[in-house]
Ligand binder design. Sequence first.
Ligand code: CO
Ligand code: ZN
Length: 335
Amino acid sequence: MTEEMFQLIKGATEAFGPSGSEEPIREFIEARVKDYVDEVRTDALGNLICIKRGPADGKKVLLDAHMDEIGLIVTHIDDKGFLRFSNIGGVNPYIALGERVYFANGTTGVVGIEKIDDPKEVKLEKLFIDIGAKDKAEAESRVRVGDMAAFQRHAERMGSRIVSKAMDDRIGCVVVMETLRRTKSPRHTIYAVFAVQEEVGLRGARVAAFGIEPDVGIAVDVTRTGDTPKGITMDVCLGKGAAIKVKDSSLICHPGLRKYLERLAAERNIPYQLEVLEAGGTDSGAIQMTKAGVPAAVISVPCRYIHTPSEVVDENDVEACINLLVAAVESPLDF
Ligand code: CO
Ligand code: ZN
């Protein structure tokens, strides 16, 4: 992977943007894609919609990746200046404990815990955020109830793998951004949706798809893998290529479109694997159910340790996903 690609992934994953607070990541993406598209707009919920026009006889193809990340939201500030919080999306208390977090204004905090007698007592309600304030007034000068925090971690290379926070789903955003940049002659008009609020229920993609009324929808998101010691039973492995989703708990992908993507990958020698994700959803679940229904598929980036501050992907899988998505928008999509 080139240094430019790594820096793009680093910037995208390190940008701030828990669900509902996506402004920083939206600005990051908009600045980098605006030269490769014909039109950019932000809708009422905050979705960034980028249009790249193709020939008049082409289809309307919605490409989706969600911009939001999981995070914490302040619910209460106590007299000593400690913050109580709730979760934004799937936050595991064992994983949050001891983490450093940061707020949009740059305030840093540490996640601590009350005295407990049994590790089973590690629950979100026993945790608090310490921002170094001496009392409530000092805390309130930096953070208010309702403010959100994200995990604070940097992206790093580990051999052919990359670790960072928020690979879910900034790596999908990078795949769609690169697809816009590398597609010189689209056969279709591309509506690239960088969606908000996926982690709290596929909300951004739902309204974006309703407004666009696409002929085809393809989401790019991370998926789990079955290749770690005594992990879940799952066929997807890191390094074996783009995962073409068959099913997750939000949708059964359109069989014709899914098999079409398989054929494209095979024809172009793009490594791919089939994915059945037993627990978890993706924006295509919302896109598929739009109006009278939209044929929808998902290209997944295999990812270890999803919803932790150290999500790991393989750079060759990322390239395979970009190559497959470029191939899709340059193909007739006559499945
Ligand atoms: Co997620
Ligand atoms: Zn995701």
